[in-house]
Structures are given as structure tokens and as C-alpha cells.
Design a protein around this ligand. Structure first.
Ligand code: AMP
Length: 265
């Protein structure tokens, strides 16, 4: 049986967090909990939270900590996340959120916090060409579009450019990241749970680096050895265990993992 994991993934917007989180959630068979996706779902359903969140999100500003942590608190204390863990994407973004997360998870701390490092010019280039599915949140890009006419390969939804991926909102979000989220790196480093992962390279290579770091942290197998369940299908419908390559080196496996049912929650 593949062990679960409790993981936070940090990184600038466009560092590939979303893509890596989906892959890691398939690999460890745990939900991908993305605060951005959750909020976009609220906006789409026009809930009171969504109506409140929309303008701040369009401007690229952070929402209040208490509002975010109430939403996250509900999700990380549900049965599935309590039992096997989660890949937390987009939260915490402030020290206050990190402290509240620590309190919510007590007595089971995070296994690891991954900081995906990608140089800013590379991130800007990625964001300008990023496209997402409005329904399931799957990520595409101009050089790597869906198979047919900007229709999502996973769910058939429309694939568009995010409203907050404008040049102005992007630079505000990167600025906010530096000011508010980067201090988290220091905070988690002091707690001894942070590992920096080079986020440049193909998605497969970055996933392999991440799995290796997680397994090393647990004192178990690295990505240089076979992974439990490799090539197998997980017991939950629609979830595959992502094969991890034999080497921690730079040869990517050919098939990308499918997006799973937890991608957008
Ligand atoms: P993301 O998809 O993670 O880039 O999030 C999109 C937007 O949702 C952000 O620009 C914020 O407006 C809001 N948001 C997502 N997560 C958080 C968070 N942890 N704290 C505050 N605002 C958030």
C-alpha cells in the first residue's frame, strides 16, 4: 500500500505548483487541496464567499487569513485528509495562516514543505502562456494546448486564460509573494521541515525530485528505487499511482498522469 503524505507546496505563481501537486496527489493517493481552485469554485457557484472573494482575486490580492483558514480547516479535518493526508497548494501564504494550519493539524504535523524554486523571468514566461480549464482546473499552455480546440482533455470544459493572469495582476501577485509568502520559507526552515526543489525542467523530472525528497525525509526509499504500486492502479476509481522513473536523473517517463477527481478541490 502506498503511504499517504501531509505536504505543503510553496512557490511563486507559475512555478508549476498546480501541475506538481496533481502529480503528487496521484502518486501518494491523497487529495490535492488547492485554495485557489476552491475559491474559483465558490466564485463560479456565486456563493457568498465567492462573491466576496472575486474582486480581490481579480486584483491579485490575498483574501483575509480567517476566511481562508476556515475554508482550509474544514477540508483538512475531513475523513479522507485526516486518514491519508493531502497536498496543500496555495496555502499557507502568510505566517498567520501557517500558525493556524499547525494548530489545525495538531497532533499530526506536516511531513514536509516543498519550496519549488524557479527564476522569476521563467515564471513570467510560463504565466503569460498559461491556460486553465474553467471546470476542473487542469493546466495547459500555449505551446502545450489540449488536443482539440481549447477544450479540456480531462473533462471537456472550456480552456481559457485566467482573469488574474494579466500582466498587472501577475506583477502584484509576485510582489505579494516576495513580501508575504517568502518569509514562510524561513519560518518552515527553522522548524526543520522545508526542502528546496529545483522547479526548472520537465514536469516529470521535477516530480521525481520531489518524490525523492519526500522519501528521503521519511528515511525510506529514494526515487532511485522502484516505488510501491508502480504501474498499478489505486483502489479508488479514477486514481492511478503515478509511475516514478527509475532514476533521480533527467530522463522523463513518457506518459503524463491523468487529472484526478480531487484536482479542483
Ligand atoms: P492561486 O490559484 O493559488 O494563485 O490563487 C488565486 C487567488 O486566490 C489568489 O491570488 C488570492 O486572491 C486567492 N487565494 C488563494 N489562496 C489564498 C490564501 N492562502 N490566502 C489568501 N488568498 C488566497
Amino acid at each position: 500500500m502506498v503511504p499517504g503524505v501531509r505536504l505543503v507546496v510553496l512557490g511563486k505563481q507559475g512555478a508549476g505548483k498546480g501541475t506538481q501537486c496533481v502529480r503528487l496527489s496521484h502518486h501518494y493517493v491523497v487529495p490535492h487541496v488547492s485554495t485557489g481552485d476552491m475559491l474559483r469554485g465558490e466564485v463560479k457557484s456565486r456563493t457568498p464567499l465567492g462573491l466576496r472573494a472575486r474582486s480581490a482575486m481579480d486584483r491579485g490580492e490575498l483574501l483575509p487569513d480567517d476566511l481562508i483558514m476556515e475554508m482550509v480547516g474544514r477540508r483538512v479535518t475531513e475523513g479522507d485528509t485526516r486518514a491519508r493526508g493531502f497536498i496543500l497548494d496555495g496555502c499557507p501564504r502568510t505566517i498567520a495562516q501557517a500558525k493556524e494550519l499547525e494548530r489545525l493539524l495538531d497532533p499530526d504535523p506536516l511531513d514536509l514543505v516543498i519550496d519549488l524554486e524557479v527564476p522569476t523571468p521563467q515564471v513570467l514566461k510560463r504565466l503569460a502562456s498559461r491556460r486553465v480549464c474553467v471546470d476542473c482546473g487542469s493546466n495547459y499552455s500555449v505551446p502545450s494546448p489540449p488536443l482539440t480546440n481549447w477544450t479540456c482533455d480531462v473533462c471537456g470544459g472550456e480552456v481559457i486564460q485566467r482573469e488574474d493572469d494579466t500582466e498587472e495582476a501577475i506583477s502584484r501577485r509576485l510582489d505579494l509573494y516576495e513580501r508575504q509568502t517568502a518569509p514562510l520559507i524561513e519560518w518552515y526552515t527553522k522548524r526543520g521541515v522545508l526542502v528546496k526543489i529545483n522547479g526548472s525542467g520537465s514536469p516529470d523530472v521535477v516530480t521525481r525530485r520531489s518524490v525523492k525528497a519526500i522519501e528521503e525525509r521519511r528515511g525510506g526509499r529514494g526515487a532511485g528505487e522502484p516505488v510501491a504500486g508502480e504501474g498499478a492502479t489505486a483502489s479508488q476509481p479514477g486514481l492511478g499511482v503515478m509511475p516514478v522513473a527509475e532514476q533521480a536523473g533527467e530522463t522523463p517517463p513518457p506518459t503524463p498522469p491523468p487529472a484526478g477527481p480531487w484536482t479542483g478541490s
